[in-house]
Ligand binder design. Sequence first.
Ligand code: 8OZ
Length: 367
Amino acid sequence: MTTLFDACRFGDITTASRIVMAPLTRDRAGPGQVPTQMMATYYTQRASAGLIITEATQISPEGQGYLDTPGIYSPAQVAGWRRVTDAVHAAGGKIVIQLWHVGRISHVSLLPNGQPPVSSTARRAAGKTFTAAGFEDVSAPRALRLDEMPRVVADYRHAARCAIDAGFDGVEVHGANGYLLEQFLRDSINDRTDAYGGPKENRARLLLEVMNAIAAEIGAGRMGLRLSPVTPANDAQQDSDAQGLYNHVVEQLAPLKLAFVHVVEGATGGARDVAPFDYAALRSRFKHRNGHGGWMVNNGYTRQMALDVVASGEADLVAFGKPFISNPDLVRRLQEDAPLAALNPKTLYGGGAEGYIDYPALGATPA
Ligand code: 8OZ
């Protein structure tokens, strides 16, 4: 029987266990949205995870929506991330980067020349983002023109190339949590009448073009996709047929033979039962065409839930988010069934070393 602590091979990626560090926004990038030495320390402290998925990282200046999030499009950012990947690899870890475009979840003060955010729609989201002035309402977006779509796809492809140049073991495309790709997927947001709006086949077009372009650039065996079929995050109202939409997406992707699909079950960081959804039906569509791909689950997993979901074969990998913030040695703690340290919510976003690289490992003296 396979356990949570066994090695795993999915696509071209092999991991020492099935325990994954989920992507976690921490807003501590340096000038030029460049990863810092402190970020290298943070990730290296967590290198005993089977796999680290980095914090969401914008693919272009246009893709940024919060203060001090890192990018992966400039040479300086590639060099900064290289410090991170070298240190994590030296510690025996594996690390992929999450590729992010926020779409309309942004603010003019964060964008080049104060330009408006771009989206599938010109309708503003009801929500806030974090800027230099604190929490502010997101700005009104403009709808991307049809002739701009190839450029957006090319931005993703360029970022994937930068990720490989920076030494990452692969990439995860952020298709979740109400950001650009979900703004196209859901009929509750996408109000287009062109080839990227209307029926689900059209709403999935941008995501599928992005996935195919990245696969052509770096190979599908080192790429994954994160989805959140029913999350209400960032004013993402439910799709009128979430099951049909996401079944379609996964069916269309399965022939690519991705390394993994990563599913946020329920409301991101919240209730797992926010809306009915048959995740097993989604998984079967992936596994049917892609036996070598990993099925990764996330959202509020306890130790026991994680042990059970891997033992039953319902998932190959389990991603833990918040527990990894305050427990850099989470894998060991799960192995030993040791108590987990609580996190300090005040130091989640922005700031310095406090609440970032000062959570001690078991038996260590606090820094
Ligand atoms: C929390 C704060 C800012 C961004 C996500 C990238 O929800 C995020 C995020 C989370 O996917």
